[in-house]
Every structure is written in C-alpha cells, then in structure tokens.
Write a protein that binds this ligand. Sequence first.
Ligand code: GLY
Length: 404
Amino acid sequence: MDRETMERSNEEWLNGVYEKLLVKMKAECRRVGTDIPYTTGEDGMYHDILETPYGKTPDGEPYLGNWTNGFWPGMLWQMYHATGDEAYKTAAQGVEKRLEVVLEDPEAVGHDLGFMFLQSSVSNYRETGDREARRRALLAAAELTARFNLDGKFIRAWSGPRDSQQGKRMGGGDIRGWMIIDSMMNLPLLYWASQELDDPRFAKIAVSHAKTAQQYIVRPDGSCNHIVAFDPDTGEYINNPGGQGYKQGSSWSRGQSWAVYGVALSYRHTKDPSFLDTAKQCAHYCIANMAVTDWLPMVDYRQPAQPVKYDSTAGMITACGLLEIASHVEENEARFYTEAAYRILRACDAKFANWDPEKDSILTGGTYFYHDPSGENTELPIIYADYFFIEAVLRLRGNELFEW
Ligand code: GLY
C-alpha cells in the first residue's frame, strides 16, 4: 500500500471509531455515572469497584485506593474536552470527591497517586480551574514525594511491611526498597506540582527517580525489568525480582509500555535528550516484537509461544507512548511512530473491541499478570485499555486533553 492510500485508510478508520466512541461513551456515562469501574461482570456491565474484590483490602474492608480508580474520570474528562457535554464533567467531579478519602491514609497508599490524581484532580483543575481539585492534587504530589528514598534515589513502589504478601507474590524480598517501571507514569504529577508552585523540589525528585530507572530498569536492548530491589537503608542495588511478567529477566509487555510512554513524558517535562533516546530505545524494542505478532501485544515479549496470551492494555499504552515520541521528533521520524501506533490500535480494535452501546467497556483482551491459574485476570475488559484507546484516538484527531 502506498503512503497516501495508507494514510487515507487510517483516517477513515479514525473517523469511524470516533463516531462509535461518541455513542458508546454517552451511553456508558449515563449508566455508570459516579460508580468506579474496573472490569465488567458476567452481565457485560460495569459495577462499582466497592461491590467487587478489587475494591476491598485483604481483610475484606472497602477500599478506594486501587491504582486504576482514576481511569474512569480520566475517560470522562477526555470526553468532556472533546464534546463539551456537561454530563461527563459532573460524573468526573463526583468520582474525584469519592477518591479524596485515599489521601487520608498514607500507610495504605502507594506510588499510584499519580495515576489516580492526575486523571481526576489535575484534569479537573486543567479543565475548570477548580481550587479544591488543585488542593487534592498538591496533597497527592506531597504524598508521592514522601516515598522518595534518598540513598537509592527512587520512589518506593508499593506500601506494606518488608515481608508483605505483595513481595511474596512477586518473587520474594523486602518491598521497602522496590522501585518499578510503572512509576514512570506517576512522575508527571510531580512535574505538574513543580510547575504549579514554581518550585523545583518535586521535579527534582521525579528526574532523580527517572535517572535511576534508566540505569537499573532499562536494559541495553530496550527491554525492561519490572522491579528492581535496593537495600532500603543504604540504597545499594540488590537484584531484579520477576514481577507481573513471565519470569525473572523476561519482558512484561505492560511494563515495556510504561517505559515507552513514561520515559517520553519525562522528556516532555524536562527536555533532557537522554530521556527521548531511552524512550525510543524501548519503543523500537516493542515495535520489533509486535511487528511479528500482527501488532497484537503478548503479555510478555519473552513468553513461550504457547499458550498465546494477549494484553490489549500494553498495546494501547504503547500506542500513546509512540504518539508522544512522534510529537518530539521531525516529520519523517514522526510518521514512523504514528504509523506503528495506528497498526497497534487497528489490530486491537479489530480483535478486541465491542462497540455495542448497550454493553459496558470497549476493549477486552487485557491481562493483569502472566501467571494466573484462576484465569480471572487474563484477557478481560480492563478499564485502562479503554482509557488509553480513547486518549490515542482523540490525540490522533487533535482534540485530546493532555492528562500527564
Ligand atoms: N501499574 C500496575 C500494572 O500495570 O499492573
């Protein structure tokens, strides 16, 4: 296919998807409102997280700190920005008020404050100037900076005692000294706080963490560790436990996508060229791997050939990261990243999308982690696949809200 034909075909696809998105999201917003969805139930519909196991502590207490709880308001703000429909704004602000409680428990909360409060409070503030939203976002930024380990120069990932269940599930070890690639997506909350307060403290912590990630997480071939463990007292490197991918030393595709997008965002906020180089290195690795699987992302780029296990979320996040990189490079290079993003988006749309407005969720095929004997976390509709799909589609149309 010559370039002109390909670009025309992409544009037709984009316009068609946008029309379906308008219908689907209007219906979803009416049904879901201020509920906080994660995945669909057996009825194909969203249910509030507090009515599901994802909204409970291990002791069965209701818990609103799940890292994914900002994606629904993030989607609503994207749609509000694109359409001006007040229903999206009202629902997003209602969810944000529910999430405020998360800030009251610094012991429970983890590094995911960025995901949760960028997409709710910062987006609200950017769109409406709401001072309460700004206050919540600054509180979240302050709690995130408090997770910085001075000697190791990283933001601690998960909360809990040294011998937590989380640590055991992810390969053992003392989680007090763990940093993870996912945190790169939380750093923009710190860049935002520095800009908002005209105070470099927050951004300096973000840059310091990003440099540690470059050194210890990203490997020379552009693949990544999910977790790196340091001694929480001395900051010395210990090892790299396995995490959510196939095995220790493998290449968990969602982690790879956090690297592509997260490191590119650090470039956007700092203009340090080494971040753009690292983001490209990770992007080329992802593109090379997806090009041989019809642009459909596996859960781990080094998983065995059988069983085939996909993760649509990794594809959507990678696509957004590629579009971010495209915005920082010259035209010919940008075309390369944009075309790769289109291929991923179109492949996942063809295989995983459900555009029926009477059912919740657009994309299925999301996988939370590789080893899942129950199958309950494998190839299901996951809210952030939809968030990043919507962000990518709106970005390609030029009417997205920048949420990072
Ligand atoms: N940030 C958690 C995950 O990607 O599963």
